[in-house]
Design a protein around this ligand. Structure first.
Ligand SMILES: [Zn+2]
Length: 220
């Protein structure tokens, strides 16, 4: 079934490149199951946050997204990733972040997604903030419910729920389905960074996120 989702993505990519500004696409991946679009933030020439030791956000986002995707698929939920490797799916000659974000949201709408998760790693100038934060779309109850379910997934795995905060963020607003931004931790915090680069911690994060999604979808 994963092949089907990737095939759908390939068709969408082709359609998107043909229609440019005003995409009109009717193909969706009709699996009869919930479809979760997972968006590993950044990629390619856009590394996202970078730790003082050179750890790039984009790599952590991708690793945790893959763990989450595999866990969800094992639970019978269809998944599509907006990028499967380092590069964003949309390869433009000149990379423009805002175009890339519009594209990721466009892909979510036109795949007929059930929900959208964008996965990021945080940074801030003081170096003191740490831990995961889950952002939901301000004023959208379904997005808030999703964030609460995700936070309970963190409580199950780590014994401590994640902070939930409202935000108005382009990619979440444009996704058109219940959406959340999971910020995994801070690359500007030494202990967070040490955890975030560990494969076992990445697996735990993916487990927490997937449990939250499964709970939200009532799919467990
Ligand atoms: Zn980011």
């Amino acid at each position: 079934m994963r092949t089907l989702v990737w095939l759908g993505l390939a068709m969408l990519l082709l359609s998107y490149s043909l229609v440019a500004a005003k995409p009109k696409v009717t193909q969706t991946v009709a699996t009869g199951r919930p479809l979760v679009v997972i968006d590993p933030g950044h990629g390619g020439v856009d590394p996202g946050a970078v730790s003082h030791t050179g750890i790039q956000e984009k790599a952590i986002n991708l690793a945790v997204s893959w763990v989450t995707a595999n866990r969800l698929q094992a639970a019978g939920i269809a998944v599509a990733l907006t990028r499967q490797g380092d590069h964003p799916a949309l390869r433009a000659k000149r990379f423009v972040v805002v175009d890339d974000l519009h594209y990721r949201a466009w892909m979510t709408r036109h795949l007929g997604a059930t929900l959208f998760l964008t996965i990021h790693t945080n940074s801030e100038p003081t170096g003191t903030a740490f831990g995961p934060i889950i952002y939901y779309v301000a004023g959208r109850p379904a997005s808030y419910q999703l964030a609460r379910a995700l936070s309970s997934g963190f409580a199950q795995v780590f014994g401590r729920s994640a902070d939930i905060r409202p935000i108005r963020q382009t990619v979440l607003l444009e996704a058109g389905v219940p959406a959340a931004n999971v910020e995994l931790g801070f690359l500007t915090h030494r202990q967070d960074t040490a955890k975030l680069i560990s494969p076992s911690y990445q697996k735990a994060l993916g487990s927490a996120i997937s449990r939250g999604v499964i709970r939200y979808l009532g799919y467990g």
